[in-house]
Design a protein around this ligand. Structure first.
Ligand SMILES: [Zn+2]
Length: 331
């Protein structure tokens, strides 16, 4: 089995200077599509489930599907990651399910909607780090807040990360990777005008901290996909994202993990809408979920190539989680 922790995958990516996409999953077809893309491009991969996605699947269903992805792909390093965990309790549930990597988002309070204080963030992150590391699981935290909403999570207000505060936070929490806010947003409507990311802030943070940096809300919202959705009866006027060139620049400046959810949703939605409009007589779920799976696999493969992840699966020698436990015990 090629289960890897987020730390193993991201430390390696940071060392070699490429980005690893973390792709959100809710169902079997999404998981299969992402793994097919990883296999085709020989990329390490992070499959991530939000708290909302786990709840939707009664936790266990999605957990077992993600485990199947690991078991079916022994040559591909895969991290099973919890996206936007809101409490130690959620983190424990995910680790019990076999997750090898967790995010605790202490930039928001437990309701997932209100911005928290720095002290709260440190406290909740430390408690998660202590528990997760004892189980050999790595931890991502967040400092600063993004715009937009993801599964109902988010304060809706952008608050850029303060580089000095980020450095202090990493020192005080021993977290393994850090999500920062440099102007990206969750969802399909990220910018009113042109995309504007605070690369100067990213540069300052990179100079001060030594762990992998994570970018949330980093879908590109490609115009072709939006046009396709709208052409087949959708209604998404003015949707915008982060251009792939900006993401490549962010990777060069030190971002290692790039979260992508919206673009996958768009690929699936456009493929399903097309089937419904062009062949309204079809009613077998496989007739529309199959094309959705194919469309998603091709989108993810193009991301893996653009982020520089492709070809790097062979670089890793993923240890078992047991070994990771030892690794943390010696820390
Ligand atoms: Zn996020």
């Amino acid at each position: 089995m090629a289960l890897a922790t987020g730390k193993q995958i991201l430390d390696e990516a940071k060392k070699k200077g490429y980005g690893v996409g973390a792709y959100n999953v809710n169902n079997m077809e999404q998981i299969q599509a992402i793994m097919a893309a990883a296999k085709e491009t020989q990329s390490p991969v992070i499959i991530q489930a939000s708290r909302g996605a786990l709840k939707y699947s009664n936790f266990t269903y999605l957990g077992y599907l993600m485990k199947a992805a690991v078991i079916e792909n022994p040559d591909i390093p895969v991290a099973m990651h919890l996206d936007h965990g809101n409490s130690l309790e959620t983190v424990i549930k995910a680790i019990d399910l076999g997750f090898s990597s967790v995010m605790i988002d202490g930039s928001l309070t437990e309701d997932g909607k209100t911005a928290s204080t720095y002290d709260y963030n440190v406290k909740v992150t430390r408690s998660v780090v202590e528990y997760a590391h004892s189980k050999g699981v790595s931890v991502e935290a967040e400092i600063g807040t993004l715009g937009g909403l993801e599964d109902g999570v988010g304060s809706g207000k952008i608050h850029l990360t303060d580089p000095k505060e980020a450095k202090k936070f990493v020192d005080e929490t021993s977290v393994d990777s850090l999500a920062i806010a440099i102007g990206t947003s969750h969802g399909a409507y990220k910018f009113k005008g042109a995309a504007n990311l605070a690369f100067n802030v990213l540069k300052e943070i990179r100079a001060l901290i030594d762990i992998p940096i994570v970018l949330h809300g980093a879908s590109s919202v490609p115009k072709e996909l939006i046009d396709e959705v709208n052409k087949y009866g959708g209604k998404m006027p003015g949707a915008t994202g982060v251009p792939i060139e900006s993401l490549q620049k962010a990777i060069k400046l030190g971002v290692s993990k790039i979260n992508v959810d919206t673009d996958g949703r768009l690929a699936i939605t456009s493929a399903i809408r097309k089937v419904f409009i062009e062949t309204p007589e079809k009613f077998d779920p496989r007739d529309y979920l199959g094309p959705a799976r194919t469309a998603l696999a091709s989108l993810i493969a193009s991301k893996m190539k653009a982020f520089g992840t492709s070809g790097h699966a062979k670089d890793y020698a993923p240890q078992s989680l047991g070994d990771m436990k030892k690794l943390y015990a010696t820390k």
